[in-house]
Write a protein that binds this ligand. Structure first.
Ligand code: SAM
Length: 292
């Protein structure tokens, strides 16, 4: 891994000064909890793996703490999407100081056409996500139609409670739709926890950095069916599957039978492979209905 460019970091004005100068006081509505500790920020970047030969994509650079650490690791191209216009001049200054390696996209990350924006080199996504859109962005990256996806890895800060839902195993209360989507064709792990006090202002709960890499799907099933089946099953997670799957709008009995799953089980106990069997059975039944 390339060494951290300490000279570059030393040449930058202190983050707290930059924030004060631009009036970038943290806004709750934008999920703003900033990180200043360069050791911690360096650790997040190292978790992502080598950056040489990659484009890095960051959502929500804000005043640029994590952005600085990514640039100091020698990234050749960093694309960052930020919604808060107060941060744009700060980031443009950082772009100048980095020799033009930082491309800032003003606007909402939920609306960016990432695959087009980031085409070319392989992509690593590294972000301290705003908690209000963090899960939605993760689901979006996990459900890209093309697989392997446009990204090679995701290294993301979440509230610890969300991180635990991503890596949860069957039979636990954290296990749900997010775990199935994250573990069907990717390997997620919690890299480390980050205490509240590391942020300014401190959030209410502990956070954690999650690292995810894509892998071969557990089973090759239609994404749409896996999405609807998990939505129905976990939408009413306390009910038996023969009841919760009624919300699919078709008789669940043949789906459960084709998947070899007893209808008196609850969603929580099915492993990812079982959800794949349900999705395959759902897709088949839906297709046969169309041709009738
Ligand atoms: N990366 C900085 C850090 O680690 O100190 C800031 C992280 S802060 C948790 C989240 C950032 O995401 C804020 O800068 C906020 O303005 C930005 N943000 C919030 N919603 C966004 C959205 N929909 N699209 C792009 N950026 C967003």
């Amino acid at each position: 891994m390339s060494a951290v460019d300490q000279d570059f970091l030393a040449s930058l004005p202190p983050l707290r000064e930059v924030i004060a100068e631009h009036g970038l006081n943290a806004k709750k509505s934008l999920g703003q909890n900033f990180l200043f500790d360069m050791n911690l920020l360096g650790r997040i970047v190292r978790t992502a793996g080598p950056l040489e030969g990659y484009t890095v994509y960051e959502v929500g650079p804000g005043p640029g703490g994590l952005t600085r650490a990514i640039l100091a690791a020698g990234t050749e191209r960093l694309v960052a999407v930020e919604m808060d216009q107060r941060a744009w001049p700060i980031l443009e200054d950082l772009n100048q100081r980095s020799g033009g390696r930082l491309e800032v996209i003003p606007g909402d990350a939920m609306k960016v056409d990432e695959a087009a924006l980031l085409s070319g080199k392989p992509v690593r996504i590294i972000a301290n996500l705003p908690y209000n859109v963090g899960t939605a962005l993760l689901v979006r990256w996990l459900t890209t139609p093309a697989w392997p996806p446009f990204w090679s890895s995701l290294t993301l800060m979440f509230q610890k409670e969300v991180a635990e839902r991503i890596v949860a195993k069957p039979g636990t209360s954290d296990y749900g739709r997010l775990a199935v989507l994250a573990q069907w064709r990717a390997r997620p792990r919690i890299a480390f926890d980050v205490p509240r006090q590391a942020f300014t202002p401190p959030p209410k709960v502990t956070s954690a950095v999650v690292h995810i890499e894509p892998c071969v799907p557990i089973a090759d099933v239609p994404l749409k069916s896996l999405e609807v089946v998990t939505l129905a099953a976990f939408g009413q997670r306390r009910k038996m599957l023969r009841a919760s799957l009624k919300s699919l709008g078709m008789d669940p009995a043949p789906i459960l039978e084709a998947a070899g799953i007893p209808g008196d089980l609850r969603a929580e106990v099915l492993d990812v492979a079982a959800f794949c069997r349900l999705a395959a059975a759902h897709a088949e039944l839906a297709a046969s209905r169309k041709t009738r």
